[in-house]
Design a protein. Structure first.
Length: 332
């Protein structure tokens, strides 16, 4: 892109305008405003759920320089734990009491998140710690850990698909004229947006966030000031794993039926989002997730036979334009 066009592009929002541009192109191709709004809402909700899963991976890589191919194991465990908690909740999920409905869902997400954090601590201490600064060994050992995790899930929950009950208050759709938007998708979008805002503020406006970023840039200096950088990094890994599990819990409710392959299936999409957004960038992960969610829904409606390849095509197009992603993390 010529410099003058590039400067104009950046002045008016730059890459952050890409979802808007994609939406406008889809609007022209779809033609029906009600259908376009429904597909856009579905894409945004899907993107936010993917962001929950991808943000943890991006956080771990961006702050710790760890390529964790076992990240999707936390997605799987989060999904199955949430499904189990919702199944045990019984009438709290299916009854007409909205308060109990929300309490059951929050309990399922909380259980998945807590497990993700504890499992992340064990994963970092036992598996990742011995292979810091060695990307090849990180890939090999975390892939091995993923296989073990999938076998554990198979042993505990079995190989049959498991239905995931959705709280009664989040079933159905919000209908405005000819437009129908699922209530669960609205909830997923709001939750994902809240998580992004919390992460952005924590990393940029708090003392802990400052220490973490400083520890990445100059670990020796931070430790010389008396701070334990290794503890901060453990906390980062636990947070990233907890986010993956929370994303898995939300995705389980979105799908309604889960299998042991859920982690492997989502791993591809999560890595596409992280690569599109730029390795180590939380903002980039949000942008990449929204683009992937919108692209998947638009293409599935317009060109069903291309739906499986749509996100790979999107990734290739973006990498040809920006080889380091849309919003890569800036270090140093």
């Amino acid at each position: 892109m010529p410099k003058n066009l590039s400067s104009i592009f950046e002045r008016f929002g730059g890459v952050m305008l890409l979802p808007v541009a994609l939406g406008l192109i889809a609007f022209v191709l779809i033609g029906r405003p009600s259908t376009w709004i429904t597909l856009t809402a579905a894409g945004l909700a899907m993107g936010m759920m993917i962001f929950l899963m991808a943000s943890g991976l991006s956080l771990i890589f961006g702050l710790m320089d760890v390529l964790n191919f076992g990240h999707s194991a936390f997605v799987s465990f989060g999904a199955f734990i949430a499904a189990s908690v919702l199944a045990w909740s019984g009438v709290w999920v299916s009854g007409g009491n909205a308060g109990l409905n929300i309490l059951a869902l929050m309990s399922a997400i909380a259980a998945a998140t807590a497990f993700g954090a504890l499992a992340g601590w064990a994963f970092e201490r036992i598996i990742v710690k011995p292979v810091y600064k060695d990307h090849l060994r990180q890939i090999l050992i975390t892939m091995g850990a993923l296989i073990v995790a999938e076998e554990l899930i198979l042993m505990v929950w079995g190989g049959a698909p498991i239905p995931v009950p959705r709280p009664a208050v989040l079933t159905g759709s919000l209908v405005i004229g000819d437009v129908a938007i699922e209530v669960y998708r609205i909830f997923a979008f709001v939750l994902g947006l809240a998580v992004y805002i919390a992460m952005h503020l924590a990393l940029n406006r708090t003392r802990i966030g400052l220490l973490i970023r400083a520890g990445v840039e100059n670990r020796e200096m931070v430790e010389a000031l008396g701070f334990r950088v290794d503890r901060l990094f453990i906390a980062v890994f636990m947070a990233g794993s907890a986010l993956a599990a929370a994303g898995g819990a939300m995705w389980a409710g979105y799908q309604g039926l889960i299998t042991t392959a859920i982690g492997s299936e989502m791993m591809i999409m999560v890595f596409i989002v992280v690569i599109i957004g730029g390795l180590g960038s939380i903002e980039g992960s949000l942008l990449g997730a929204i683009l992937v969610g919108l692209m998947a829904n638009y293409v599935a409606f317009l060109f069903p036979k291309m739906s499986l390849a749509s996100n790979m095509i999107l990734m290739m197009a973006i990498l040809l334009w920006r080889p380091f992603g849309l919003k890569p993390a800036v270090k140093g």
